[in-house]
Design a binder for this molecule. Structure first.
Ligand SMILES: [Zn+2]
Ligand SMILES: [Zn+2]
Length: 328
């Protein structure tokens, strides 16, 4: 009997000690169902449980007069519950199909700055974190995403950074916690905030430089990389010159010592409807290739005939069908 009492005392002491270690507190996650809304402790306990009070709003949807949640009854019989925080940002989306199966289960947790702007967001699907975003204020005072982290099912992760103009400045990819690749992008803008140069770096090495032209034709504004230089691992480079239609006019190939070794020039022809007809290529000023295009039954352009001109005067003609298979 004594032994049992002692054991009971021990158990009591142990359980008291455990209870003292954990004090339930809202962990930042708000959850809800069709009847109630509550703050969630990390241990899973529901705190501050309040009942929804559903009222029909001007649009015929149900609006909770206590927490601002909305219920949408869709024509296909599905049901959607949207919960918002004090700043009216959507923090919970639950959706059921007509059969009553839960088909949407999304949560977002926002962190706000002192002025009430969104500073950070964590995105969950079925309680699993799948993305995070950091925000900063742009020149006009609007929240703009400056960091995006996306977690994939296979354990990989992508990290993207953006500047306050909304242009991506970094793209990293991680697999199994290891950094696999990083690209950095650097921009030059004109006075109107339009990109005039974009440079791409890999491991601090410049691998691409694009010079943009802004041109107004009629009431259309064309913004295109008129000149693009790509550097390769063996230090050779190719300079592409493009027109505003996105067609390449020329390719200049340089060796590692900076000598021009090859120049290709392209003439691209279209029919009156804007369909690609023919691309003529010269190599160092000599006709090298003519590609002729045709339209398939669905109106898609395909390469139909390719004529290669060899230096010795021979011509090789290759014909293709709509599926890109050689005919001969
Ligand atoms: Zn707890
Ligand atoms: Zn409510």
């Amino acid at each position: 009997m004594k032994k049992i009492l002692l054991l009971l005392c021990l158990l009591l002491t142990v359980s008291l000690a455990c209870a003292e270690q954990h004090v339930c507190a809202p962990g930042g996650l708000v959850d809800m169902d069709l009847n109630e809304r509550w703050d969630l402790c990390e241990c899973g306990k529901r705190l501050n449980v309040t009942q929804h009070v559903w009222e029909t709003d001007d649009w015929g949807d149900q609006l909770c007069s206590i927490c601002g949640a909305q219920l949408f009854f869709w024509e296909d019989g599905s049901l959607e519950l949207c919960g918002v925080d004090e700043q009216d940002s959507v923090i919970r989306q639950l959706g059921w199909n007509a059969e009553g199966d839960l088909v949407t289960n999304l949560s977002t947790v926002y962190e706000y700055d002192a002025e009430g702007h969104i500073a950070y967001a964590w995105y969950y699907e079925a309680d699993v974190l799948y993305a995070e975003s950091a925000f900063a204020l742009d020149a006009d005072g609007y929240e703009t995403e400056v960091l995006s982290i996306v977690y994939y099912d296979d354990g990989s992760m992508s990290v993207s950074e953006y500047n306050l103009m909304g242009d991506q400045t970094m793209a990293s990819y991680y697999y199994d916690g290891e950094l696999e690749s990083t690209l950095r992008f650097d921009y030059t803008y004109n006075a109107e905030g339009v990109i005039t140069r974009m440079r791409t770096f890999s491991e601090d090495a410049l691998i691409e430089e694009a010079d943009y032209v802004v041109m107004t034709v009629g009431d259309e504004i064309h913004h295109y990389p008129a000149r693009l230089t790509a550097w390769f691992e063996d230090d050779t480079r190719i300079v592409y010159v493009n027109d505003m239609n996105g067609d390449t006019l020329s390719e200049s190939h340089y060796d590692a010592a900076g000598n021009l070794v090859l120049t290709l020039e392209f003439t691209t022809e279209y029919d009156a409807d804007g369909n690609l007809l023919r691309v003529t290529t010269t190599q160092d000023g000599v006709l090298a290739m003519v590609e002729e295009y045709a339209l398939d039954a669905d109106g898609w352009t395909y390469l139909a005939v390719e004529t290669a001109y060899e230096a010795d005067g021979t011509q090789t003609v290759t014909r293709y069908d709509e599926n890109g298979e050689m005919i001969n």
